[in-house]
Design a protein around this ligand. Sequence first.
Ligand SMILES: [Zn+2]
Length: 299
Amino acid sequence: MKKLSLFLSLLITFVACSKTEKPTNTPALNTERLIEDIQFISSDMTQGRLVGTEGNRYAREYIVGRFNEIGIEPYGDDYEHPFEFTRRNGDKRTGVNVIGIDQGTSDSVIVITAHYDHLGVRDSLIYNGADDNASGTAGLIAIMDYFSKTEQNHTLIFAALDGEEGGLRGARALVQDSVLMDKVVLNINMDMIAQNDKNELYAVGTYHYPQLKPVLENVITGDVSLLFGHDTPEDGNQDWTSQSDHYPFHEMGIPFIYFGVEDHEYYHKATDEFETIPQEFYKSSVQVILNAVLEFDKR
Ligand SMILES: [Zn+2]
């Protein structure tokens, strides 16, 4: 009798625990690693990450290391996808995209992109590009880490792109992959998602793809104001439709949402450094983008 009641009480405890513990099985965004990642990627070690340079390669090795550590499957034989391009002055250069794939229950693909290259060193000043775009790159890694621990409907491609500065080269190389492009239903691009003193983040693209707006209106945003705009012809040079890696997707008629902040005093300056990043806003911003991916994944 005693044994039976012990068994019963254990059983009850087990059932009760498994019920209450379920939410803890949902992975959480690893914001500590997020901060470590943005700090390393934008450190002086990577020398501003100009495409084709040693510093850029050093940043890429770190990114590949994180893809490996998370255990995401390489897209193709290898994470690294080199591509050639010709600069305006006729010089040939090689860039390298870093790409992983997380198979979902469906073959429909959402491509998540962020460029890791930046402006390099100019007049012996290192352009660290903490917001532009170590922020998006570390965000991409954090979101990838999250999905590596859970199931989702869509197949997710995580692409850390090279050669964005001066021509969206990495994105242009990626969209050449017609086998992939046939399955892509959405591009989510992150470029400058950390630097804002009003807790404002833009979701750009709903002017072109109004069907995406109700999805975004469902996203839990916490203390972040998720704003629409910067995507109409009337916005002039503040129309961001063609200004980052989502543009080659848009040119092919693939819907995109680009997440980014308003231009700021550090934009394309050597002062765009880790120390200037408002960390609480940055963490919230990545959480909002993750929530958006989760919301799109339900559709
Ligand atoms: Zn950028």
